[in-house]
Design a protein around this ligand. Structure first.
Ligand SMILES: Cc1cc2nc3c(=O)[nH]c(=O)nc-3n(C[C@H](O)[C@H](O)[C@H](O)COP(=O)(O)OP(=O)(O)OC[C@H]3O[C@@H](n4cnc5c(N)ncnc54)[C@H](O)[C@@H]3O)c2cc1C
Length: 475
């Protein structure tokens, strides 16, 4: 929290920039904005604990206003926490050291749709579903459909290096972001041109993509578009185990086939999410596939993929489970399954590894997490020719808050340690935020020093989202 004099000065200058209606110092607003979708914060709130609060929440309407606000914050050495949709799962928007929460939701304009170059220019506060529905009306898709599409916005997608459910075909947000406008801690505005690629030094867009508010505020982006696919076919294949499912996925990519959806559920996740609607033998693992494109091409891709699956021991379930998942993919979150009662807490650990390590990472993480009494279920949800991600969901119940939070942290510590030991990477799409902050150094190794030096240059006063992404706290 800021001292009274600094806060008074800050509020006066903020009001001069955005006017009296576009900021709040109200405690109720601060409490409501104190957390994102990090399950531990939600569990703590249910248990009656309080979280750190922002001193001021500001709603700018333009890049110019963002620039002025950052200049003021930098002069007064006030922390700034950018807020997108607030659906991040890692405590990234938590105002750990108080200060300003800079909420981009008023910057929600779709500025230009360019059908010739297949691009859309958009302000960072545009909610994912609003963007997707607008470009759909013009016959296009962004190809970026994370399950948080209705809750997150473009700035949040880019700041966390998010991945959509169709990423195997269309790519992740770092593949889709061609142009970027960001504001640095001193208020300077930086623009990276929208070009298909370039050979003019390192790609600075990639420095800002995934920076989680610690290096800049993202104010605008130019994203790729794709023509809406004329057809989408679903196919479901049930394997006796995870191993045979992964072998089949690898073989599909080796044929040069890129399904839009590739999701392999392990036995526990199949039991919870598939067996409730379809008859599946206990211990089996369901693979959901989807194929986008012209019907004649989709037919060929689908039939080759089905043949590969059957050769690897799968039973053909037709379109059923896969289509059902697609049509109900938002249901499991509303109401959230993480809204557990008493002193139960759960979370998701999304990791990524190459094929040679993926199965070991999976078995080892599962083993060490279960050793704490956690129920663990997983799906392999973003797959590539060279490897893929595992989305591990865990729940644990304890008799009191103290042991619940301690067990939660031990599961994370041991889970991430097992992931790194077996050669995986600790986050595929959710980012680092507060949850994984202490593991950043172990994950990045020698490159962490480079990241810290870049941070010192771009944000010498340490005002940008302090305490996140392994970066030190605000002094
Ligand atoms: C139900 C549910 C489903 C989800 N499904 C997926 C999924 O399929 N794929 C996936 O990748 N993730 C998923 N997530 C996680 C999360 O929603 C995404 O990571 C998303 O990208 C976060 O965007 P947001 O706008 O909600 O960001 P926020 O939570 O507001 O912010 C996240 C981080 O980015 C920073 N930030 C936000 N906006 C800006 C900006 N303009 N400039 C600089 N920094 C900024 C914040 O400071 C914070 O550190 C899911 C979350 C939920 C709750």
């Amino acid at each position: 929290m800021l001292d009274t004099r600094t806060k008074a000065k800050l509020v006066e200058q903020i009001e001069a920039i955005v006017g009296p209606d576009h900021f709040t110092t109200d405690e109720t607003d601060a409490v409501l904005n104190a957390h994102d979708a990090w399950p531990l914060s939600e569990a703590k709130i249910r248990a009656g604990e309080t979280l750190p609060l922002a001193d001021v929440i500001v709603y700018p309407s333009s890049t110019e206003e963002v620039s002025k606000i950052l200049r003021v914050a930098n002069d007064l050495r006030v922390p700034v926490v950018p807020v997108g949709g607030g659906a991040g799962t890692c405590g990234g928007t938590q105002p750990t050291y108080g200060g300003i929460q800079l909420d981009l939701k008023r910057m929600d304009k779709i500025l230009a749709i360019d059908g010739e170059s297949l691009l859309v220019r958009v302000q960072a506060g545009t909610v994912g579903i609003d963007l997707e529905e607008e470009v759909n009306r013009h016959g296009y898709t962004t190809g970026h459909t994370p399950t948080s599409l209705r809750a997150s916005n473009v700035g949040g997608f880019i700041a966390t290096r998010s991945g959509g459910s169709m990423s195997s075909l269309y790519g992740k947000i770092e593949d889709l972001t061609l142009g970027l406008e960001v504001v640095l801690a001193d208020g300077s505005v930086v623009r990276c041109k929208a070009v298909p690629r370039h050979s003019v030094g390192p790609d600075l867009r990639q420095l800002f993509i995934g920076s989680e508010g610690t290096l800049c505020v993202i104010t605008e982006a130019t994203l790729r578009l794709f023509p809406l696919p004329p057809s989408r076919h679903f196919r479901s294949m049930c394997f006796p185990d995870v191993h045979s499912g992964l072998m089949a996925i690898r073989a599909i990519f080796r044929e040069g086939i890129f399904p839009s959806v590739v999701r392999l559920y392990d036995a526990e996740d199949t039991a919870l999410h598939v067996s409730t609607h379809f008859e599946v033998e206990e211990g089996n693992c369901m693979l959901m596939l989807a194929f986008d494109g012209r019907p004649e091409k989709v037919d060929i891709d689908e039939s080759i993929s089905a043949r590969i699956c059957i050769e690897n021991g799968a039973k053909d379930y037709g379109e059923g489970p896969s289509k059902y998942w697609w049509e109900h993919r938002y249901d499991m979150y509303y109401p959230t399954k993480f809204a557990t009662s008493g002193f139960s807490v759960g979370d998701t650990i999304d990791i990524v590894a190459t094929y040679d390590r993926l199965e070991n990472v999976y078995h080892e993480m599962k083993r060490v997490m279960e050793a704490h009494g956690a129920a663990v279920m997983s799906h392999f949800s973003h797959m590539y020719p060279n490897g893929g991600s595992i989305y591990m969901i865990f729940f644990v119940s304890q008799p009191d808050a103290e042991s619940a939070w301690a067990t939660y942290r031990e599961i994370w510590d041991d889970g991430v340690a097992a992931c790194l030991r077996e050669g995986g990477t600790m986050s595929h799409q959710h980012g680092v935020g507060t949850t994984r902050s202490t593991y950043t150094e172990a994950e990045l190794g020698s490159s962490f020093e480079v990241l810290k030096k870049i941070k010192e240059v771009l944000d010498p006063n340490g005002i940008m989202n302090p305490g996140k992404l392994g970066m030190g706290g605000h002094t």
